[in-house]
Design a protein around this ligand. Structure first.
Ligand code: AMP
Length: 220
């Protein structure tokens, strides 16, 4: 991968597969994978002040306030593992977050090199999220039908127990999709105007999406 492709944002609605692709791409290229959803869930598990304030927002499928999430990402970007580069997964999700991120990264002389938009039709997202299984130990994501674990209820990678996220219930999924449409989708034109956006058809299989990502990022 060329050095220009190192500081990435994976953007897309819930269920588009950005977390799965981010984990694979980060591992292959030695980049830090920073998922704000995972960071918030860790905070929730550890009952930190951030976790306790975020819980109600997450349960309702709406966004945690920008200042809280931006500070969490700012702190995470201080870690040494981000030096070779990073993938931001699920962040930014509002124009305010994108603006704050651009200012933070400019200060560190580490601008974004590319924003990848993962597009999937909304009907398909509901089906994907309804069958989603997440590993309680390592966070890997499976699907009951399209990406089933080898043994039922057990993670292929770490033997952790798989569970359905409480915010993958139908009611919360619909709220999360509405939040995406209203607050996050405007980021597509925001990044397109800054010449950073690459679109990927994420309705294909995991391997096909990975191939498309490869072609998109390698010709940067
Ligand atoms: P995710 O795992 O990315 O689907 O995120 C789960 C939930 O965490 C979302 O529905 C939000 O409530 C919250 N969340 C994650 N990332 C962000 C973000 N960048 N800004 C605000 N809230 C977020």
């Amino acid at each position: 991968m060329s050095p220009r492709s190192h500081n990435l944002v994976f953007l897309g609605p819930p269920g588009a597969g950005k977390g799965t692709q981010a984990a694979r791409w980060a591992l292959r290229h030695g980049l830090a994978h920073i998922s704000t959803g995972d960071l918030l869930r860790e905070n929730l598990k550890d009952q930190t002040s951030v976790g306790m304030m975020a819980q109600d927002f997450m349960d309702r499928g709406v966004l945690v306030p920008d200042d809280v999430v931006c500070q969490m990402v700012r702190d995470r970007l201080e870690h040494q593992d981000t030096e070779p580069g990073f993938i931001l997964d699920g962040f930014p999700r509002t124009v305010g977050q994108a603006d704050a991120l651009a200012r933070d990264l400019a200060r560190r002389h580490r601008p974004l090199t590319r924003v990848v938009s993962f597009a999937v039709r909304e009907e398909d997202l509901v089906v994907r999220l309804a069958g989603r299984l997440t590993c309680g130990r390592c966070g890997r994501v499976f699907h009951q039908k399209s990406n089933a674990p080898k043994a039922q209820g057990v993670c292929d990678d770490c033997d952790g127990e798989l569970f359905s996220r409480s915010d993958d219930s139908e009611e919360t999924v619909l709220a999360r999709l509405a939040t995406y449409r209203e607050e996050t989708a405007p980021l597509l034109s925001w990044y397109r105007d800054r010449d950073l956006l690459t679109d990927i058809d994420a309705s294909q299989s995991i391997e096909a999406v990975e191939g498309a990502l490869e072609r998109a990022l390698e010709c940067q």
